[in-house]
Design a binder for this molecule. Structure first.
Ligand SMILES: NC(=O)C1=CN([C@@H]2O[C@H](COP(=O)(O)OP(=O)(O)OC[C@H]3O[C@@H](n4cnc5c(N)ncnc54)[C@H](O)[C@@H]3O)[C@@H](O)[C@H]2O)C=CC1
Ligand SMILES: O=C(O)C1=NCCCC1
Length: 353
């Protein structure tokens, strides 16, 4: 049955009035009563971190990506509108998947210089619905979900492309929110002899290094980007750059690049040499052909979707070399299904408590 009696919601203004006595006759369980009287729960950042681990999120995102590439997900390429006068964007990201029993939409805003205003550059809310009725079952903190599922998607890509050696050097390009989330998620997949963190501002790099775990995880600050990239086995780019900042000529053969920034068609983080020498794996071909500036402007080829790689098995440098490539690169743009499966997992754990 629906999680709340029809009469509990005011159909004119969509508000959630308090339960009326006569509604109880339609209400057969406590869950329905609570939903009807208080409206859908809001699951906060702190609660989300209590309910799910990064590994939990990596596991559901891996299945979500495989389902996506297998045609089991209904999801349009997201739509972005510009708030031109304020230099920002609003994005809407709906997804439905029968096999993961999830229906959700994320609404997000992307601004690039909110720091001076004391708010994050990316803000979001996830609206989770019951696929069988369309009823809203929860509102969830979308910033935490975005941080965790984005880093989880990169972790899935790394799981299927990781270099064979055991003591790896990870270079993180950017020292913001995603830098921290990626340090956490990528440590679930490999161990590192050094984690290099590059940024433009020493104080912020040092803060990021400390937040990641400092000496305990061999994290070190780097102020020169070329030095940070040279010799790295894995490079994750999580900056707000709009021009290419990482150059292919700096990298050693066999480097795995997880490219997370530059999510708009005229934004870049990586130069043409890097893109054209990489075996490129994307989260969504359709998304990449609309939004990925590094792919569109370098005119590089796309090898596969990461969900196809999950289904078929790991890709290594032998595959890359057989395609005439020196690097393996995952281009992440962010998919609504990643939010939907993560939101559903959090909602289910919330209800088990
Ligand atoms: N693929 C995906 O699913 C997602 C991608 N993103 C992208 O990841 C990137 C990082 O996001 P957050 O960590 O949340 O942002 P943030 O604002 O917390 O951090 C951005 C970092 O980039 C640096 N930066 C800003 N302008 C730069 C420039 N011109 N050159 C070099 N560095 C610059 C900042 O100093 C900061 O260290 C953004 O490009 C964002 O759009 C974010 C969420 C999801
Ligand atoms: O998928 C997301 O969420 C985002 N992708 C690109 C940048 C803004 C957030």
């Amino acid at each position: 049955m629906a999680p709340f009696p029809c009469s509990a919601r005011n159909s004119l203004n969509g508000s959630w009035p308090r339960l009326q006595a006569h509604d109880l006759s339609h209400t057969s369980n406590l869950h329905s009563f609570v939903m009807a009287s208080a409206g859908p729960p809001y699951i906060s950042a702190g609660k989300i971190r209590e309910l799910v681990s990064m590994l939990d999120v990596i596991n559901v995102v891996e299945k979500g990506l495989a389902d996506f590439s297998n045609g089991k997900v209904v999801q349009p390429v997201r739509s972005f509108l510009n708030t031109t006068e304020h230099g920002g964007f609003l994005g809407v990201m709906p997804a439905y998947c029968y096999s993961s029993n999830c229906l959700a939409t994320k609404v997000l805003t992307l601004y690039t210089d909110n720091e001076s205003k004391g708010v994050p550059n990316i803000q979001a809310i996830v609206v989770q619905m019951d696929p069988s009725t369309g009823s809203v079952i929860a509102l969830l903190d979308g910033v935490t979900i975005t941080n965790m599922r984005t880093a989880a998607a990169s972790a899935v890509a790394l799981k299927y492309t990781k270099p064979p050696q055991s003591d790896l050097t990870l270079c993180i390009v950017g020292s913001g929110v995603q830098a921290r989330a990626h340090a956490e998620a990528l440590r679930e997949i490999c161990s590192y002899k050094e984690i290099r963190v590059w940024g433009r501002n020493l104080e912020r790099i040092q803060k990021c290094v400390a937040d990641i775990g400092g000496d305990a995880v061999n994290a070190k600050p780097y102020q020169d980007l070329r030095t940070a990239c040279e010799g790295a086995d894995i490079i994750v780019t999580v900056s707000m750059a709009k021009e290419p900042i990482v150059k292919g000529e700096w990298l050693k053969e066999g480097t795995v690049i997880l490219s997370v920034g530059a999510c708009l068609p005229d934004w870049r983080e990586l130069d043409d040499e890097l893109m054209n020498n990489s075996l490129v794996i994307v989260d969504s071909r359709a998304g990449a052909m609309k939004e990925a500036g590094d792919i569109l402007l370098s005119k590089c080829d796309i090898y596969a979707e990461v969900g196809e790689v999950v289904a078929k098995g790991p890709v290594n440098m032998e595959t890359a070399r057989s395609h005439g490539k020196k690097f393996i690169l995952f281009k992440s743009l962010g998919l609504a299904i990643e939010d939907a499966v993560t939101g559903q997992l959090i909602y289910e754990k919330f209800n088990q408590k």
